[in-house]
Design a protein around this ligand. Structure first.
Ligand code: G6P
Length: 369
């Protein structure tokens, strides 16, 4: 087992560090930056269908559901098709309104999650076209879907999902751009520039991983907290949810992710000098608004940890701890901003003496209801 960990203390840490490579593997052979073209062999038979689809429904559980939320943002932004993201467990019991016109995308690392499988069967009965986004090749979900795209992240051993999540987000990005390509909602030059930027993401992740020591120091300062809030807007919102999930899964600190603007409708009541609040405060369309949310937390003496775009001195002055990530298109932000939150959760859990790779009560794959 020590050998399999490749010199890392835990599988989770190894898998966090594998992300530049796993994302590259996920894109390999699928993008052509020079020509601004995307090829997704697994769903190419459905290219015509995607041109005319009126609605996409994403079903998933856990971390995969968070990836689905980033997919909603990406697909709506680039292909202008309305997307709904559903917890598979809710969808399956709601007599969902699905027709043969719909495309349902099921996301699952393991490809074995019982609720996601049941959701697929229901959508299939109603005549929808089902795509899978799975990591484990040949698992049950890829076998019951009509078509799909593998994430190719390689085996994920840590129960808390890390590299599978970023690979799912990468596939959803490719899918969103692929649909845009079919529909013609993006020009070739825009596609070229987006694909070029996407292609540079693994290198940027490498730069984020280099902040590990800083993150470890921050972890030391907040490791004894009893609660933690994660706030973000736009594509930063699913990142906040995922950051909170990682922390609660492996460190057993109660953590919640919220859209930053919703803070005033509840979570603000919890803020005092004991409460760490992690903000996704990168320079994008909602930057100014997030900055004012940070001020609101500081006015109540909360401890602010901000994920910012490198070179941001404004937020740095206001907050307790700052983690810089390279600048990127808003749509690609989740791929970068998630990494420091994975590391933060990891270090806090290690410092608290938790079993990082096998947290209590959790399973890697939930094959029962
Ligand atoms: C379990 C795992 C999570 C995972 C979820 C969905 O809860 O611990 O890491 O996100 O199941 O699993 P799936 O394999 O369908 O992505």
């Amino acid at each position: 087992e020590e050998l399999e960990k490749g010199g890392f203390d835990h599988f989770m840490l190894k898998e966090i560090y594998e992300q530049p490579r796993s994302i590259r593997d996920c894109m390999r052979g699928r993008i052509n930056c020079e020509q601004g073209k995307i090829a997704l062999g697994g769903i190419k038979e459905y290219a015509e269908k995607l041109k005319n689809v009126e609605r996409i429904i994403i079903v998933a559980c856990g971390t995969s559901w968070h990836a689905g939320l980033t997919g909603e943002y990406l697909i709506e932004e680039y292909s202008r098709i309305p997307v709904e993201v559903e917890y598979a467990s809710e969808f399956r019991y709601r007599n969902p309104i699905i027709t043969e016109k719909d495309v349902v995308v099921a996301i699952s690392q393991s490809g074995e999650t019982a609720d996601t499988m049941a959701a697929i069967e229901i959508a299939k009965e109603k005549g929808a076209t089902i795509f899978g986004i799975c990591n484990v090749v040949g698992a049950s979900i890829p076998r019951i879907t009509h078509a799909g795209v593998y994430t190719h992240a390689g085996p994920e051993i840590g129960v808390a999902s890390t590299k599978a999540f970023t690979a799912q987000v990468t596939v959803l990005t490719l899918m969103a751009l692929y649909i845009a390509q079919q529909k013609g909602t993006l020009t070739t030059s825009k596609l070229t520039s987006l694909l070029t930027e996407l292609n540079g993401i693994p290198e940027k992740i490498q730069a984020v991983l280099a902040t590990n020591e800083l993150i470890k120091n921050i972890a030391e300062k907040v490791k004894d907290s009893r609660n933690c809030l994660f706030l973000g807007r736009g594509s930063g919102f699913p990142v906040a949810l995922e950051g909170a999930l990682k922390l609660k899964e492996i460190s057993y600190i109660h953590a919640e992710g919220y859209p930053a603007a919703e803070m005033k409708h509840g979570p603000i009541a919890l803020i005092d000098k004991e409460m760490p609040v992690v903000f996704i405060a990168t320079k994008n369309s909602s930057y100014e608004k997030v900055v004012s949310n940070i001020q609101e937390v500081k006015a109540r003496k909360g401890i602010v940890i901000a994920i910012v775009t490198s070179g941001d001195r404004e937020v740095e002055k206001m907050v307790d701890y700052c983690i810089e990530i390279p600048d990127a298109d808003e749509a690609f932000l989740p791929l970068l901003a998630t990494i420091p939150l994975q590391l933060l959760a990891y270090h806090i859990a290690v410092m608290r003496g938790c079993n990082v790779d096998q947290p209590r009560n959790l399973a890697k794959s939930v094959t029962v209801e």
